[in-house]
Design a protein around this ligand. Sequence first.
Ligand code: RFL
Ligand code: PHB
Length: 390
Amino acid sequence: MRTQVVIIGSGPSGLLLGQLLAKAGIEAVILDRAGKDYILGRVRAGVLENGTVGLMDEAGAGARMHVEGLPHGGFSLAFDGRDHRIDLADLTGGKGVMVYGQTELTRDLMQQREVIGAKTIYDAANVRPHDFDGRSPYVTYEAEGVSHHIDCDFIAGCDGFHGVSRKAVPEKSITIFEKVYPFGWLGLLADVPPVNHELIYANHPGGFALCSMRSESRSRYYLQCALDERGEDWSDDRFWDELRRRLPAHHAEALVTGPSFEKSIAPLRSFVAEPMRFGKLFLVGDAAHIVPPTGAKGLNLAASDVHYLYAGLREYYQERSSAGIDAYSARALSRVWKAVRFSWWMTTMLHRFPDTGAFDQKIQEAELDYLTHSRAAATVLAENYVGLAY
Ligand code: RFL
Ligand code: PHB
């Protein structure tokens, strides 16, 4: 088989790239080691920047998001028993974010891919990129015990943090930057109305808490937890009690609880692999970088990578110019590092670290106080939260 671009990974970055390339008349085959239901069963991000919304529209997959997504013009920082609203719209000249689950975004992209009849191979085993440093790259995989081989012009590694693309690059050609945080997030999903119409990021002596949502009737809540804790140790009652404790009293009283249908723990890390291009192989999204979820940037960074790569590939095929693909890594990384910094800063400001001393605690309190009393400081937060320009 031959195609123009092989995309490894059918998560949001692979699907978005595939859809945009198809719109530009560029043929791509997507390979994923998992099945469709497994991919759609993963509960992850929930906040989309305007740029991500725009790319979904450009991909022809934005219709349901505009009906069911919840546009938000602000969020709350809760500390010291009180709420402090960050008015995103006022601080950024009318911008905001869209609350729409990654699962739904992925479902919409998969559906559009079916509509246009583009090829996706699920449950592909032993997917391997080859010869991306040479002239004739190709990808091999196995399906139902049979080996396959796809020749292509380019390979897009959209296969997430644990994927095969980054690992296929010789160690000496790649530089890794990493920071692991000494805690995780315990997430819970339940069909109860959200405690507040906007998100609440809470800093509390007992640890960080986040109140988010998926719809008017489905809530997504998170609690900072120790790394050695297990989801099974947290009954629903224990989770709700702890969440109430970490919220200002008026929210704690208003919290509607109910049975959860998803509960999982995610470790927090910052990770960047440089560069993001190796000959004809491009790393995209989580395959190249991970951020702690505190800034809601993971999925949005995957989308901005796709934007730069798509622009480069379109230029290559339509204008016979390699300028865009040559600039891909530098362009993407420049935006990635700003989001890595923002996510690290939000994480540092809002969580309790096991080794936080009295001095660090005072600095955290001063930072939150400054942020909620200085328009200049709040503007810096808002501008990053809604997403920096591409
Ligand atoms: P994905 O979504 O991980 O998709 C990668 C796809 O590649 C496939 N794959 C392979 N296919 C073939 N061969 C292989 N060897 C393969 N290895 C993997 C996988 O099956 C999968 O389908 O990466 P992508 O597309 O770059 O998208 C990135 C986003 O998913 C990610 O940035 C966010 O979800 C990160 N993230 C969060 N981001 C936020 O903005 N807010 C959040 O609340 C949030 N929560 C999370 C998260 C990521 C988590 N992870 C990675 C475990 C919570 C969790 C638990
Ligand atoms: C979510 O809704 O899952 C969510 C929202 C904001 C974040 C992280 C996760 O910062």
